[in-house]
Write a protein that binds this ligand. Structure first.
Ligand SMILES: Nc1ncnc2c1ncn2[C@@H]1O[C@H](COP(=O)(O)OP(=O)(O)OP(=O)(O)O)[C@@H](O)[C@H]1O
Length: 522
């Protein structure tokens, strides 16, 4: 309790020091005299831009706040660009934790000392971040592995800091009316969930395993295998991957990797994850991507770090493909209609108003060559516009938009002439075709077939019961039900007629045959 209080005091002290109290996200300008008074009374200099001050404050408050800033920087639909840009510069500058602590964590989680578990274990970590660090090791069967170990004591400090963030968000929302637009409580709740997901390494291992299965037959992407016997929620052991970080473009070129192909492969992998699997790696920063130069897998991407993944359902995929296709045909009316039809925008939204708002924000983007158009930017503008029309942007789509920006950035670094639209269009069209065309109907029927097998035998009984119930007059639907009963009676009569007819025909034919057989006798 006292510790919490002291931490809260520290947060307030840092916030005052960097003048966070006067960060006017709504665009409110603080008068110069007020700044001067602030400087004299609190002995602080708040002349630096607001984004920079916010970034420095978060760095001073420690790794959890740094992480918070990094996550906030991806919410460009909420944050003004100057703040988002500055927060995107936040780096995890945490020293590695003591190797003895890592060894103790492994021993506690896996039940044996690394010396017993592995043939060899590298004490010095290969990488260290705010949540976990990675050590290389070799299994007793000779396989090279990477061991990811959760930073000890993380859960407690996260819980404490996030609890304070919840309090701060509640107070901000109550006392600063304008902050409601930024949804501080919602943002903190999302961050809380995100951190707790990252704290469970088993979840990360499961994500990796799913992605590996999805790309098992692909020669575009490799995902490390998880060694489940050595995995727990605070330690995971996976296949060690070898490759060149994708950011080292000159090295890749010197090795003879085709950068143009690499660039379009990246886009293809992303759209396959989105439209085929509805399951995508959502932490695609260059540090998590390697490129293999081993002869057997030359030029293939290697993905690492599966803490954040996004999942999309058919509804999300429809939303994306419809909007992108309409966008590229500059059919803003269709974009507006799609929002209303799908229930994203409230039903009383005026199509023409939404259409003209979308046109106003997107037309400038199209005023440049296709190869320079950013899909991520389009989505972002769309989210910002639709928010004004009370459209709740779903977190998975925000995650997708952020990943799309990463993929585009990466792709254009590798090939400045990358035409994203050319690579993406077939995916969107295939998806739409599968959803709308005859093939789509057939596919869906096929998917539903096992369920029909279960329902069909029960159908006559269900219909009969429904119709019987319907005969008991209750409610306004009785007219329709009467019609159904009449229809069933008519069908019964027809069936009866056919049965009588068939029997009569059978009896008639039998009699005729008898007559033929006994005719000579007669
Ligand atoms: N399977 C692996 N094979 C080879 N190297 C690995 C493997 N897994 C992780 N690494 C190395 O460890 C680094 C950090 O791994 P990872 O990104 O999973 O950790 P993290 O704690 O989530 O880091 P960050 O938050 O900075 O992304 C990678 O950039 C890579 O250098």
């Amino acid at each position: 309790m006292i510790l919490n209080f002291l931490r809260l005091l520290k947060i307030l002290r840092v916030a005052t020091k960097y003048g966070l109290d006067e960060i006017a996200i709504s665009g409110l300008k603080v008068p110069r005299t007020a700044k001067l008074i602030n400087t004299i009374i609190f002995w602080r200099d708040i002349s630096a831009p607001r984004g920079k001050r916010l970034r420095m404050a978060l760095e001073e408050l420690g790794p959890i706040f740094v992480k918070f800033g990094q996550v906030l920087s991806t919410r460009r639909d909420l944050m003004p660009p100057d703040i988002a840009d500055e927060l995107a510069r936040l780096q995890d500058r945490v020293p590695p934790f003591d190797s003895d602590l890592a060894i103790a964590q492994i021993t506690r989680s896996l039940g044996s000392h690394p010396e017993q578990l592995f043939a060899s274990f590298e004490r010095d970590p290969v990488a260290s971040a705010s949540i976990a660090q990675v050590h290389f090791a070799v299994l007793k069967n000779g396989k090279e592995v990477a061991v990811k170990v959760l930073r000890p004591g993380m859960k407690k400090s996260i819980d404490e800091d996030v609890a304070l963030m919840h309090v701060a968000a509640g107070l901000t929302e109550r006392w600063w009316a304008d902050s409601k637009r930024l949804k501080p409580r919602e943002v903190i709740a999302e961050f809380d969930k995100y951190l707790h997901d990252e704290l469970d390494l088993m979840r990360e291992a499961a994500n990796a395993s799913q992605l590996r299965r999805n790309f098992a037959n692909s020669n575009l992407l490799m995902v490390p295998e998880m060694y489940w016997d050595f995995c727990s929620s605070s330690v995971i052991v996976m296949e060690r991957m070898h490759g060149i970080p994708v950011s080292q473009i000159e090295r890749l070129a010197a090795e003879g990797v085709d950068l143009k192909k690499l660039s379009s492969d990246g886009v293809e992998i992303f759209f396959t994850q989105v439209f085929r699997d509805g399951f995508f790696h959502a932490d695609m920063h260059p540090g998590n991507i390697l490129v293999s130069i081993a002869p057997a897998t030359f030029g293939r991407y290697i993905a690492l770090d599966f803490g954040i993944v996004g999942t999309l359902n058919d509804f999300d995929k429809d939303y994306l493909s419809q909007n992108f296709l309409a966008f590229f045909q500059r059919d803003y009316k269709r974009v507006a209609e799609a929002h209303i039809e799908s229930g994203w925008a409230p039903p009383d939204t005026r199509v023409d108003e939404l259409e003209s708002a979308v046109r106003a924000c997107c037309e400038p983007i199209f005023d440049r060559p296709l190869k320079d158009i950013s899909f991520g930017q389009i989505l972002l503008r769309l989210f910002q516009t639709s928010r004004r029309f009370n459209v709740e942007v779903q977190p998975q789509l925000v995650l997708l938009q952020k990943t799309l920006l990463n993929i585009e950035g990466l792709g254009r670094q590798l090939d400045p002439n990358l035409d994203l639209w050319k690579t993406a269009k077939p995916y969107l069209e295939r998806w739409m075709g599968e959803q709308i065309g005859i093939k789509g109907m057939f596919e869906r029927l096929k998917a539903e077939a096992p369920r029909y097998g279960h329902i069909l035998p029960q159908l006559p009984r269900l219909v009969h019961r429904a119709l019987e119930n319907a005969q008991r007059p209750h409610g306004a639907d009785t007219e329709l039900l009467k019609l159904l009963v009449a229809e069933q009676r008519r069908t019964n009569r027809m069936l009866g007629f056919f049965v009588y007819f068939a029997v009569a025909l059978g009896v008639g034919l039998g009699a005729f045959q008898l007559f033929l057989r006994f005719q000579p006798v007669l």
